[in-house]
Each structure stands twice: as C-alpha cells, then as structure tokens.
Ligand binder design. Structure first.
Ligand SMILES: Nc1nc2c(ncn2[C@@H]2O[C@H](COP(=O)(O)OP(=O)(O)OP(=O)(O)O)[C@@H](O)[C@H]2O)c(=O)[nH]1
Ligand SMILES: [Mg+2]
Length: 455
C-alpha cells in the first residue's frame, strides 16, 4: 500500500489519474464513454483524468481485477504519463487493490473510496459528517488511507502495514469499534430528533425531490422556492436534506424537500448510513423523481433510482416522474424510449422554465386525486382562520354570506379535521345558491363536487 503517498483532495496541485474498468465483451463504447461517470466523479474529487482504459471481460479477476497482461499495460501507461494515481470503476477487495498498487506503483483508489472522498468533501452539517465518517469506518477499514484528518487524529494511526504489530492492530480495531458505536448512537439520536421534527410539522403536503445525482433537483427547488441551495455541475452537490415552502398560485403552500442524489454502484455503507438523511424523503406524501433526460445514461439512472428507493422501503410512495433538461435533449429518439418506460412523465427544463406549468398541473391533479373536498362555512367569528385555510388547503370556490364565508376546499383529512375542530363548520351546499359568488381564485383546480364528499 502507498500510505506515504497520500492524496489529499484540495491540497496542492490536482493529481493526474488514469481511470480503468471492465466492460462486457462486445460493449461498443469507447473507454472514455464507458468511464464517463467515473470521470465526473474523479473531476468532482479534484483529480485530473489523464487517460481511460477498459478491459472487455465477463467478470473481474478475483486477485487483480484486470487480467495480468492488461495490468502490465496499465502500469506502462501510468509510467509514461507520470500519473499520480489510478482509479477503478468498481469496488475492489483489499487484495485486488494491493495487487494493482504493487503493479502500477501509485495509489489505487476504487469507486467506493472515491465516492466516500466526495461525500467527505461535501458534508456540511454534523449529521452529514457523522454519516460519512461512519460509512468510511465501516468501509473495508484496512484499505482506507486515512484521508479524513479528523479520523486520522482519533484513530491515532492504524497500521496494518509492516512493523505495526498484531497488538497494535487489535488496539486499533477496538478503537474503531468504539468509534463506530459512538457514531451510530449519535446518528440515531439525530435521526429520532428529525422524525419528531417531521411529525411536528403542520400538516402541509410534502413533496420530496429524488433522483440521480446532477439531475437538477436543487435547481428545481431553487426555481420553485427561494431556497438558495447550491446547484452545480458536479456530482453530489447536495448531501443534506433541506425543506422549503412552495407557494402555489392561489396561495396554498406545500413543502418541497431536496435530498442527496443517487448513484449507480453506491457503496452500500453509504446507502445505509444516509438513511437518516433520506428520512424526510421517506415521510413525503409524493416523490418527484427527477431524471436528466439529456443524459445518454438516463434509462440506467431511472433504474438505479427505482432500486435505491426499493432498498429504502419507499417503493410504495406515490411518484411523479419528471424528465428534466429538455433544452439539452438532442436525441429525440432517446426521449421517446424514456417515455416508453415512464409514459406519464412530465417533461420540463428548469433552465428555461419550459413545462413548469405542466408540472404544477400534474401536482394539482395528484392533490385532487388523493385529497378530500368539502364545503365549509367559516363564521365571521372565526375569520382569522381564513388565511390559514388558503395556505393549507386548495380553495376551489368561496362565497361571502351573512353567516360567514362559504368555501369549497380540498385538503387532506387531517387538515380538514383540524379546520372543523377549530371553528369552521360543514356547510349546507344549498346556502350557496342564495348568494352572489366571488370568482374562484384557483381555476386550474376548480372542479366542483356538489355533495362535498371524497371523490
Ligand atoms: N441545460 C440544463 N441544465 C440544467 C437544468 N437543470 C439543472 N441543470 C444543471 O445541472 C447541474 C446539476 O444541477 P443540480 O440542481 O445541482 O442537480 P442535483 O440533482 O441537485 O445534483 P446533486 O445535488 O449533485 O445530486 C447544474 O449545473 C444545473 O445548472 C436544465 O433544465 N437544463
Ligand atoms: Mg442537489
């Protein structure tokens, strides 16, 4: 191992790396195409890609990942290009990594380590930091080269290399177990706190933005709310969950939650430890699944999102799929193929605003399908509730009568129940015909249901 040859992101000039991986026999893509995502990851982790190499084979060699001839070729490329590292597209066993490092004589970083490194760089809140730390601790410890300085200090130098001695290894293992247990305890405390926070939230309809990393989730959140969330053309810009109000035309407020992006071959340690970050998403009333429709990998990314949601136990939550970056789609044929996978997807461009009205309409149609409608009378004495009703429910129509304001509203049973408990009364629908109507404020959702019952 090349522990002395440590690569610290953000320190010194960027390291030039050769990327490598295996692809199935007959895969027509060039090495650069097949490793495009790895290159984006490497770029986000502040490496410079000096070259890409793939071997066509069915499975990885159990000892050296690449076949021995290809490994020699990789070593030769590293030597000629004076590269400072090699980066593998898959997770490697400690043994495979060691064999490769011995052959190429520079540090070998695998996909999981690269992702952990990016998460380490982007983690901002105590929760995100703890989650990264936990994932790093759990991730095949002997192979981690201690890139997290805080870990380094606490671990006091774990030596599995020559000279460290058996006793030292035991001491270090115990230290690690203690750290893992402590991180787990702290995370579950934060997670319980979050669950309480979510439960205490006023019963506003909540939409979680989920999807592959770089799909445009934060950009959409910024467009619809005034969140000011960092959105950039790098992978995993967002690691923390953030919730902001989205005011619909007509005044109703629903909540939007922006979450960490998903990725193919995400280290399972991260999926597990980021469960808490995604906790809020799992409590959403609707998932907005964003797909970068301009990516040649869009269909694979859609599948990955399905798989991760399934792993998180969120496969039953209602979903609305959104094809984003329509302005960048060149291959209309690919878009048509995507539509075959998700015939009800709404196409939008967060950049140009195209499709935003359709997205709003799709959300409103969903609300209309899952919520209840009733007619209520808000007596003048409870007039203070008026603005609250407008914020929490969709007001389909309202009429001012001598007794108060007669409204037809659509909301969740919880919200309706609370309105009825705090001063609103169920109204006799006939009262309306005697009065002069004021025009409905939200015409797009105004579908009358005369008896005021659930549709
Ligand atoms: N051309 C184009 N670019 C877009 C569009 N929507 C988002 N982007 C860009 O795509 C990149 C990623 O956007 P983000 O909003 O950070 O994506 P994200 O899904 O939040 O990504 P992570 O937080 O990394 O998971 C940014 O550079 C955006 O400016 C769009 O409709 N068209
Ligand atoms: Mg984001």
């Amino acid at each position: 191992m090349h522990g002395d040859n440590k690569i610290e992101p953000g320190k010194g000039p960027p390291t030039e790396a050769i990327l490598f991986g295996i692809v199935p026999a007959g895969d027509p893509r060039t090495a650069a195409e097949a490793l495009h995502e790895l290159q984006q990851l490497a770029d986000t982790a502040e490496f410079v890609t000096a070259g890409c190499m793939v071997q066509h084979r069915r499975t990885a060699d159990p000892n050296s990942y690449l076949g021995s001839g290809k490994l020699e070729e990789l070593a030769e490329v590293v030597r000629l290009a004076h590269s400072g590292a090699v980066i593998c597209d898959d997770s490697l066993t400690p043994n495979q990594a060691k064999t490769i490092e011995t052959a190429v004589n520079v540090p070998c970083i695998d996909r999981s380590e690269l992702i952990l490194q990016i998460f380490g760089m982007h983690a901002r809140t105590p929760q995100a930091r703890l989650q990264v730390e936990l994932a790093a601790l759990q991730y095949e410890m002997p192979r981690l080269k201690r890139r997290w300085t805080h870990l380094e200090r606490q671990r006091g130098g774990i030596g599995l290399r020559g000279g460290a001695g058996e006793k030292q290894i035991d001491v270090d293992r115990n230290l690690l177990r203690t750290r893992i247990a402590a991180a787990n305890r702290e995370l579950s405390r934060i997670s319980q706190h979050k669950v309480r926070e979510v439960a205490a939230r006023p019963e506003l309809f909540t939409i979680a933005l989920v999807g592959y990393t770089n799909a445009g989730k934060s950009s959409l959140m910024n467009r619809l709310t005034d969140a000011g969330v960092l959105a950039e053309n790098r992978l995993f810009s967002t690691l923390d969950t953030r919730t902001r109000p989205w005011r619909l035309p007509g005044g109703r407020t629903i909540l939007l939650t922006d979450t960490v992006g998903f990725l193919r071959k995400l280290p399972h340690q991260l999926v597990a430890s980021f469960h808490a970050t995604l906790e809020e998403a799992l409590h959403a009333d609707l998932l907005l699944v964003l797909v970068d429709a301009s990516s040649p990998e869009a269909a694979t990314q859609l599948r990955t999102v399905d798989e991760v949601l399934e792993q998180l136990g969120a496969e039953e939550l209602p979903r609305l799929t959104v094809f984003n970056k329509l302005d960048r789609v060149e291959d209309r044929g690919q878009l048509a193929e995507l539509w075959q996978l998700e015939p009800r997807a709404v196409p939008i461009s967060v950049k140009t605003g195209e499709g935003e009205a359709d997205l709003l309409a799709a959300v409103q149609t969903h609300l209309a399908a899952v919520e209840n409608r009733i007619s209520i009378l808000l007596p003048h004495s409870a007039g203070g509730l008026h603005s609250e009703i407008r914020a929490r429910a969709t007001v389909l129509s309202e009429f001012f009568t001598e007794e108060g304001c007669l409204m037809e509203v659509q909301a969740s049973p919880a919200v309706l129940g609370r309105l009825l408990a705090t001063g609103a009364r169920r109204a006799d629908p006939d009262v309306r015909s005697k009065e002069t109507p004021t025009p409905p404020t939200d015409t797009s959702a105004a579908k009358n249901d005369e008896n005021g019952e659930k549709r």
